[in-house]
Design a binder for this molecule. Structure first.
Ligand SMILES: [Fe+2]
Length: 427
C-alpha cells in the first residue's frame, strides 16, 4: 500500500500482525498473489503464516490491497461487546456512563457507526494483537461521544468524533511491530518516532479507501487526532482555529484514554485523576473541552486515591527526588532558552521549551504554594492530605514526561557529535 515507504510503514507489517494471530483469527489469502514475472507466489486459500510474510518480503511485493479473508471480524455485535467489556472493567467509567445517562445516546452512536469488512477486520486484528490499543480506541470513542454530546454538538459532529476516535489508530497496525512493543520507546531514534507518527496518515488512508463515503468531518477527525491548538502537534502542526472543535475532542479523548488505561495501569486512580494531567496540557486544546470534562467528572463522587503508610513514604521519597531533578532541569531549560532557541520563535523546539516552562510554572513550581508543599515534604511532616499528594505526584510525572519529549526533540534536531543534551549540560 505504501510502496514509496518500504520498510517503514507498510502493508507487510499488517500481514506480519495477522500472521502472529492467524491461529486465533483464522486468516487466509483470498486471491492469489503474483510475483514480478506473473508467477504465483501465494495461492488463494493459503493460510497466512510467517512463510507468506517472508515470500512477500523477499519478492519485494507491493500491492495496493491485501486480499485477506478472515474468520474473525469485529462485527457490530462484537464491537458492542467490546464496549460492554470496557464498562465492566473500569468501574469509574461505568459510573460516569450511568450518572450521565449516556446509555441510550451511546447505543444510537453505535447504531449509526459506518463500518465495512476491511475496517472490521483491522479492528479484529487490533483486538487480538494490540488489546491495550484496542481498549484505548474503545474508551476514546466512548469519551469523544460523551464529551461532544455534553458540549452540545450536532448529531453529525457527535458521530464524527465518536467514529474518528474509534478508527484513529488503525494505522498503527501498519507500523513495524517492534516499534509497538511495550517499552520499545526507550530505544527510539528519530526514524522510529517518524514511523510511529505516520500512523495518522495511514489511518486516514484506510478510512478513505474502505468507507464508501466517509464524511469530511470523519476524515478530519482522524487526520487531526494528534494536532494541538498551540501548534505543537503532528503531522501538520496546525493551530487553534484550524483544528475544528470536534477534532480537538478526538485529540483530547486520545490523551484521556491513554492516561486512564496506560499510565494509570495497576493504580487505583480514576478518570477523575486524569483531570490533573490534562490541566497541564490545556495549551493544546480549547478550554471549553477542559471545562466540559471537569463538569462531567466533578459531579460524581469517585473514590479518592488512598495510601497506606508505606506507600506514603515511598511517594514522599519519589516526590523529593523528582522535585530535585526538576530544579536541575528547570535551570538547564532556562540556559537553553537564553541561548540558542529563544531567537527562533517559529521553531517547533522553541514551542516545546516554552510549553514545558509554562507547565512547570503552572504546576506551581517556583510559586509559594508548591514551595510550601515541598517544605512539608522535606521536613517529613505529614500535613499533606492524600488528594494533594496524588495531585503533586501526577503533575510531576507529567512534567517529567514533557522533559523527556524535550530531550527527544533536542536530540532529533541537533545531534551533538554523539553526546545528547543531558551529557552536554552536565559539563
Ligand atoms: Fe494516534
Amino acid at each position: 500500500m505504501r510502496s514509496s515507504k518500504k520498510n517503514t510503514v507498510s502493508v507487510l507489517h499488517y500481514l506480519q500482525n495477522i500472521a502472529e494471530v492467524a491461529d486465533v483469527v483464522g486468516a487466509q489469502i483470498s486471491e492469489q498473489i503474483l510475483g514480478s514475472q506473473d508467477h504465483v507466489i501465494v495461492n488463494a486459500g493459503q493460510r497466512i503464516d510467517h512463510s507468506i510474510v517472508e515470500k512477500v518480503k523477499t519478492n519485494q511485493l507491493n500491492f495496493d490491497e491485501l486480499k485477506i479473508s478472515m474468520t474473525l471480524t469485529m462485527e457490530r455485535w462484537r464491537l458492542r461487546q467490546q464496549f460492554a467489556d470496557m464498562l465492566a472493567r473500569f468501574p469509574d467509567i461505568r459510573r460516569v456512563h450511568q450518572h450521565m445517562g449516556f446509555e441510550a445516546d451511546f447505543k444510537s452512536l453505535l447504531g449509526r457507526l459506518k463500518i465495512t469488512k476491511p475496517l472490521a477486520q483491522a479492528l479484529a486484528v487490533m483486538s487480538v494483537r494490540r488489546p491495550l490499543l484496542m481498549r484505548q480506541s474503545i474508551m476514546g470513542a466512548w469519551f469523544a461521544g460523551l464529551i461532544s454530546r455534553q458540549m452540545g454538538l450536532s448529531r453529525e459532529l457527535q458521530d464524527a468524533s465518536f467514529q474518528g476516535a474509534l478508527y484513529r489508530d488503525l494505522g498503527m497496525l501498519y507500523v513495524d511491530p517492534f516499534i509497538m512493543e511495550e517499552g520499545a520507546s526507550t530505544e527510539f531514534g528519530p526514524s522510529e518516532w517518524k514511523q510511529l507518527q505516520s500512523h495518522v496518515e495511514v489511518s486516514s488512508d484506510l478510512l478513505n479507501k474502505h468507507l464508501e463515503d466517509p464524511s469530511e468531518e470523519l476524515a478530519s477527525a482522524v487526520a487531526m487526532h494528534h494536532e494541538r491548538a498551540d501548534g505543537s502537534g503532528y503531522p501538520r502542526a496546525l493551530k487553534g482555529e484550524h483544528i475544528p472543535i470536534f477534532c480537538q475532542i478526538v485529540a483530547f479523548s486520545d490523551v484521556v484514554s491513554a492516561v486512564r488505561i496506560k499510565r494509570f495501569k495497576d493504580t487505583k486512580r480514576t478518570i477523575r485523576d486524569v483531570v490533573n494531567v490534562t490541566l497541564l496540557n490545556m495549551d493544546g486544546f480549547d478550554n471549553s473541552i477542559g471545562d466540559a470534562f471537569w463538569n462531567i467528572v466533578n459531579g460524581i463522587q469517585l473514590e479518592a486515591v488512598t495510601f497506606d503508610d508505606v506507600e506514603r513514604q515511598r511517594v514522599l521519597g519519589i516526590l523529593v527526588n523528582r522535585a530535585k531533578q526538576i530544579h536541575g532541569d528547570m535551570r538547564k531549560l532556562n540556559e537553553a532558552m537564553s541561548g540558542r532557541f529563544v531567537k527562533k520563535p517559529q521553531n517547533q523546539l522553541y514551542t516545546t521549551v516554552k510549553n514545558t516552562l509554562n507547565n512547570l510554572i503552572r504546576s506551581g513550581h517556583g510559586d509559594p504554594e508548591l514551595g510550601w508543599w515541598l517544605g512539608l515534604v522535606a521536613s517529613g511532616r505529614d500535613e499533606l492530605d492524600e488528594g494533594s499528594m496524588a495531585e503533586i505526584e501526577l503533575q510531576q510525572a507529567e512534567i517529567l514526561r514533557q522533559l523527556d519529549r524535550l530531550q527527544r526533540d533536542l536530540e532529533e534536531s541537533a545531534p551533538i557529535s554523539g553526546k545528547n543534551y543531558r551529557e552536554r549540560w552536565k559539563r
